[in-house]
Design a protein around this ligand. Structure first.
Ligand code: KG4
Ligand code: ZN
Length: 392
């Protein structure tokens, strides 16, 4: 089954064609990162306007790159939430319209669920098609249920027990900021730009490399700044706002040290920005070490809580989903935590961790196999969460 997937929940416009939920025939993403970088974050009105401009060319490229015509497509899917209303509307309207015009089945996809299904994707050589009714559920190379999924994106941080396709139990969630949001906000404080995750990762790597050069262990670079961890014991919930505030105070101190010696008072925001800009150009140690300490604090809590939940619920597989799953330090630390316990860790290749349409097509395939479809009345749901089963 060939599914055309469309993604437009935030600042990426994506279209992809995926076969049987797994094999990518094409995956086109038009990113607005350059545009939003200027503002230090995503500006919703700007994002939706660019979605409008990008959607048709992106759809055309997806068909062309897959070597497909409209006649080859079996179903159409688009993200309907969560995300920015104006952005979501562009992709959802395009998807529903194509389905209606071509007489194809349509499915609205939950963006968070789609991040999880990025773990089912591969761009390898074509496989035999799914034939039997039940064959779609589990194929060689797929993650195996029951599994634990750590969903860590720009707006969500959740630990989810997944027993089967579509069966989700919420074990823990953030009580304030999402992990990606913390990366983005701290990056802004340090003047490192948007998106924050890759920028902070780069600075942390610089700090570690310079420690290694000085004959010190890389791990020492992560401990120069001791940052608080909110363990919220007895739960699998997260909290990152205290860490963010601690970073703000530390960054302020570091900035004072660097810029206030000449006695000239500077505005706070200017100081942070200058500090970050200089760091990006010259690798100023304070900012790099702050980034390393911050990243370590986030990774520590995410990795330990995930390992504890995996042990309690006795899963044999953990998967990562969402933009923060691209973080190299988190991947390495989780492997370290899980390998000795015989628990497998899977994460998508970096380009499928952040927003893309291949994951939308993949998630849609499994829901279509479960017999689900949506009509043209389906509207955007900016605040949509995963469809958790009711407790008790
Ligand atoms: O899943 P995603 O692309 O968009 C949402 O659905 O929110 O996630 C974007 C988030 C941003 O907060 C970005 O800073 C973060 O993922 N991110 C990273 C890395 N790459 C992207 N965070 C940490 N390390 C990275 N390498
Ligand atoms: Zn996303």
């Amino acid at each position: 089954m060939l599914v055309l997937g469309i993604e437009s929940s935030c600042d990426e416009t994506g279209a992809a064609i995926v076969k049987d939920g797994r094999t990518i025939l094409s995956n086109v993403v038009a990113s607005q990162i350059e545009i939003h970088n200027r503002y230090g974050g995503v500006v919703p009105e700007v994002a939706s306007r660019h979605q409008m401009a990008a959607i048709i060319p992106v759809l055309e490229s997806a068909l062309e790159q897959a070597g497909c015509s409209w006649d080859d497509i079996d179903a159409v899917a688009a993200t309907y939430g969560p995300g920015l209303a104006g952005s979501l509307l562009v992709g959802l309207t395009a998807g529903k319209t194509i389905a209606l015009a071509r007489g194809l089945p349509f499915l609205g996809v939950n963006h968070l669920e789609a991040h999880m299904y990025a773990n089912w994707l591969h761009s390898g050589s074509d496989e035999s098609p799914v034939v039997s009714n039940e064959d779609w559920r589990q194929r060689e190379g797929d993650p195996t249920f029951p599994l634990l999924c750590l969903v860590i994106s720009g707006a969500h941080s959740e630990l989810v027990l997944v027993r089967e396709h579509g069966d989700y139990e919420l074990l823990g969630r953030t009580r304030d900021d999402a992990a990606g949001e913390a990366f983005d906000k701290v990056s802004r404080v340090l003047g490192l730009g948007y998106p924050g995750g890759p920028a902070i990762q780069r600075m942390a790597q610089q700090a570690e490399a310079s420690f290694i050069q000085q004959g010190k262990p890389a791990s020492a670079a992560r401990k120069v700044y001791r940052l608080p961890r909110a363990w919220i014991r007895g739960t699998y919930d997260f909290s990152f706002s205290g860490l963010k505030t601690a970073m703000l105070h530390l960054a302020e101190g570091a900035a004072d040290k660097e810029f206030s010696d000449d006695g000239k008072p500077t505005r706070q925001q200017t100081r942070y920005t200058r500090m970050g800009e200089q760091a990006a150009q010259h690798g100023m140690p304070d900012v790099a070490l702050l980034a390393a300490g911050f990243q370590e604090a986030v990774v520590d809590v995410l990795a330990v809580k995930t390992r504890m939940a995996a042990q309690e619920y006795q899963v044999k597989q953990v998967i990562l989903a969402g933009g923060v799953a691209a973080n190299a330090s988190l991947r390495a630390r989780l492997k370290q935590e899980l390998q000795p316990l015989g628990i497998r860790l899977n994460y998508p290749p970096i380009e499928f961790c952040t927003d893309n349409a291949a994951m939308i097509a993949s998630a849609a395939f499994f829901h279509l196999c479960l017999g689900e479809q949506h009509g043209p009345e389906l509207d955007v749901q900016p605040g949509l969460s995963l469809p958790f089963r009711k407790q008790g």
